[in-house]
Design a protein around this ligand. Structure first.
Ligand code: GAP
Length: 441
């Protein structure tokens, strides 16, 4: 197996555009910095990532439920959460070239790292996007685009707990868009100003916080491995005390070895009872939980695994990428996990005649009727068609050939091993479903 291109990031960016995973936003107008659009393959991949997360965090758990809160929330939410005063990055500008930097990312504040010019004083820059609700643009109409989905969960804590009759330990999960006016977005979809989060707040008795913190660190690390990320490209990094967010007692990041270096994929934090207490204080409505057994009210502690759907999607793309073979035989393969792959099966008649297209169409329809995302292709030589599917990450190809027309069998070709075997045409749906199920964690 040849090693991936040294400039892996630009290779991935161009593969994403060529194959319809990810396009630059508003490209025909020159693009909009840090904004990206998911194309036909990308939208399937990201949906599959979110579904894999939801399956593992909600569907398969008896004590975790989901919500879908609105993006715009009462402005007091952000006062209570500390985002209005504390969600800032330190910013400096170069007085000469006008470049803007995060002060905490510079080695020295003496001079501009780009042109050597003088830098401004450090200023605090709030990362929340502001907008106005209603027709009058004054301060009383100011609202914020949420910078994290978590607060929609905290303010609904009692609503959900009462409606679902759950007792700590229990969790509330949410997937949705968040917005941050990042000073230095970049590295493709890694740091953007609009992104999707997958967060779960797990409410526990305060005495059990450390046990659950460890549990979620292990579970979340394992999730990335289960869906195919190589162990050597993953690590867990515990935060130093001076790195901790204002609400956290402890925090660890699952980091991935991106081509630009080890960087955060997901954070697991012990948020203590900070948020529930602050919302109780600011709203005047207690969010304390009433424990039937002890007949006491208490504020549960919160363990929060907070992941990014875009970052996870990018990591799955990068980690699955490989170039196999040499010279003109070299082929690009995305070894995406079958549950994540945008297309599960490609149906390919060997030639465009002798009834093979018709037979293939029938199999293709069967797959679609069974909700298996599939693709039909009868153009060009079979080797080229396999190569196109390898590059899209399709784990299985079904080929209809002259033998199929005699004995009603087809060939299944597996992307990763290139193993080929024959099965009855009528069993394709069953075989593929079984293969996907076996791979699914
Ligand atoms: N509620 C806690 C919280 O929001 P965070 O570490 O700031 O914690 C959680 O964000 C995850 O959201 C990150 O690990 C990352 O995957 C994703 N994320 C955060 N900022 C992002 C950005 N600007 N672009 C893309 N993803 C981002």
């Amino acid at each position: 197996m040849a090693s991936p291109s040294p400039d892996l990031m630009s290779t991935i960016v161009s593969l994403c555009k060529r194959r319809g995973f990810i396009f630059q936003s508003s490209e025909i107008y020159g693009g909009l910095n840090s904004c990206w659009d998911y194309g036909p393959l990308g939208v399937e991949l990201k949906r599959n990532v979110k579904e894999a997360w939801w399956r593992s965090m909600v569907t398969r758990r008896r004590n975790i439920v989901g919500i879908d809160a609105s993006i715009l929330m009462h402005p007091k939410v952000w006062e209570a959460s500390g985002h209005l005063s504390g969600f800032t990055d330190p910013l400096v500008d170069c007085k000469v070239c006008k470049e803007r930097f995060r002060a905490d990312h510079l080695e020295s504040l003496e001079k501009c790292p780009k042109c050597g010019g003088q830098l401004t004083e450090v200023r605090k820059f709030n990362l929340m996007f502001k907008t106005f609700m209603g027709p009058i643009e004054d301060q009383s109409a100011t609202v914020f685009m949420r910078p994290e989905t978590a607060q929609g969960i905290f303010v609904n804590f009692l609503n959900v707990q009462t409606a679902s009759r759950l007792k700590p330990p229990f969790g509330i999960a949410q997937i949705g868009k968040s917005f941050r006016n990042e000073i230095t977005p970049g590295n493709f979809t890694y740091r953007t100003r609009e992104f999707e989060q997958m967060e779960m707040e797990f409410f526990v008795p305060p005495s059990e916080d450390e046990k659950w913190y460890q549990y979620w660190k292990d579970a979340r690390f394992q999730w990335y491995k289960d869906y195919g990320i190589k162990t050597e490209n993953l690590r867990m990094r515990e935060h130093e005390k001076d790195e901790l967010a204002h609400y956290a007692k402890a925090c660890a990041d699952v980091e991935y070895k991106f081509p630009f270096g080890w960087s955060e994929l997901e954070g697991i934090a012990n948020r203590t009872d900070f948020d529930l207490k602050r919302h109780s204080e600011f709203s005047g409505k207690s969010l304390a939980y009433f424990d039937e057994e002890s007949k006491q009210h208490y504020f549960p502690y919160v363990i929060e695994p907070a992941a990014g759907a875009d970052r996870a999607t990018l990591a799955f793309l990068i980690d699955s990428y490989s170039v196999e073979g040499e010279g003109k035989d070299a082929r690009t393969v995305l070894h995406l996990h079958p549950s994540l792959a945008p297309i599960k099966v490609a149906v390919l008649p060997l030639v465009k005649r002798d009834g093979m297209p018709e037979k293939s169409e029938k199999i293709y329809n069967d797959l679609l009727d069974n909700s298996i995302k599939s693709f039909y292709d009868h153009n060009s030589a079979i080797g080229r068609r396999y190569a196109r599917q390898d590059e899209a990450g399709t784990p299985f190809c079904v080929t209809v050939d002259s033998q199929s027309m005699q004995d009603d069998t087809v060939t299944i070709r597996e992307r990763d091993t290139r193993a080929q075997y024959r099965v009855a045409a009528s069993s394709v749906v069953e075989v593929i479903n079984q293969k996907i199920k076996e791979a699914q964690k």
